[in-house]
Design a protein around this ligand. Structure first.
Ligand code: UDP
Length: 323
């Protein structure tokens, strides 16, 4: 197949590109390099199956002459709170205009398109664990709204393009994911804690650390997305995430212990950002039923692989030292 991956230079996108190229597909990447980086794809530079296009999906895009896409993985959007909140209007429009532009492309090419939506559509949930049938509890005027409401509007566009234009859509709701290639200074929990522990600086726990998240290793996530894209029984939305739930404080302690506490590695408590969800855990019944999917990589093994990757890259950042 010929497959388009938007956001293909990012953390998740680049793992998707590797997976699809390994399966023998021709893969085109569309990325504005806002949070993605070419270093994530440099090992593919000589690969004939790989094509890169620098473009911001806020603007419409035409495929190169003679290229007809069979499938699209629409994954482009800044996903780390500090990154998406730094340019909130752009974040919202990436989801709204970006989804519209990619759905228009899917319609023209008669391609099936998968949207990487998010557990953030559930906001600060008052149902636990979160099932796909839960409509969520999202503040529409807060600092996270540009991401949450953008993804919610994106999902609406996907289902409306299906109803109005018969575009074949798939919608995945991704929960917190981690693994090699995360941006070292991404600002998210796992990348912050690993970077801080390796650098011998304090681990920053926001609030009292009692809030929870559920962490999925990247290879498990990609497998779930590919199965959903190729599934004929459901369009989604389907939760793709690891249902094992941990508090933030527990993660700080665990990562500090795995890396081996250094003198500077104390845990410090900082203010909780506004609208930070108190708990999050996917109900994965639908993923099991339709995709025969369950996470395979344990937190212990996933952290080991992620730390190994970070160790190689932290040395390159000496002197930055500030998140
Ligand atoms: N967090 C933290 N310290 C950090 C980064 C994040 O305590 O250095 C907390 C954050 O407040 C949230 C959780 O970890 O409760 C997950 O944050 P992240 O930004 O990774 O993703 P989110 O799930 O909030 O989008």
């Amino acid at each position: 197949m010929i497959i388009l991956v938007t956001g293909g230079a990012g953390f998740l996108g680049s793992h998707m590109v590797d997976y699809l190229i390994n399966q023998g597909h021709e893969v085109h990447v569309l990325d504005n390099l806002q949070t993605g980086a070419l270093v994530n794809l440099e090992h593919l530079n000589e690969n004939k199956l790989f094509k890169f296009h620098q473009h911001d999906i806020i603007e419409p895009w035409k495929a190169p002459e003679g290229v007809k896409f069979d499938q699209i993985y629409h994954m482009a959007c800044a996903a780390s709170p500090p990154a998406y909140q730094a340019v909130p209007i752009h974040t919202l429009l990436t989801s709204v205009y970006g989804c519209n532009n990619m759905l228009t492309l899917a319609k023209e090419h008669n391609a099936r398109i998968l949207f990487t939506s998010t557990s953030e559509v559930y906001g600060d949930p008052d149902v636990h664990p979160q099932k796909e049938s839960y409509w969520g509890n999202v503040n529409c005027t807060g600092i996270r709204s540009c991401y949450d409401e953008g993804k919610r509007a994106g999902e609406t566009l996907f289902f409306d393009y299906n109803r109005v234009h018969k575009v074949e859509v798939r919608v995945a709701r991704i929960f917190n994911t981690y693994g090699p290639r995360m941006n070292l200074l991404d600002g998210r929990i796992i990348s912050n804690f690993i970077y801080q522990a390796l650098s011998g600086i304090p681990l920053t726990v926001f609030g009292d650390g009692s809030q929870t998240r559920s962490f999925c290793y990247v290879s498990d996530l990609i497998e779930g997305l590919v199965r959903l894209q190729n599934n004929t029984e459901t369009m989604g939305p389907v939760n793709v995430g690891n249902p094992e739930e941990h508090t933030v404080l527990e993660m700080a302690e665990r990562i500090r212990n795995v890396i081996g506490a250094k003198d500077g590695n104390k845990i410090v408590f900082e203010g909780l950002p506004s609208d930070d969800p108190k708990k999050r855990k996917p109900d994965t019944t639908l993923a099991k039923k339709y995709l025969d999917w369950e996470p395979q990589v344990s937190l212990e093994e996933g952290l080991r692989r992620t730390i190994e990757d970070f160790e190689k890259r932290v040395g390159q950042l000496k002197g930055v030292g500030n998140l």
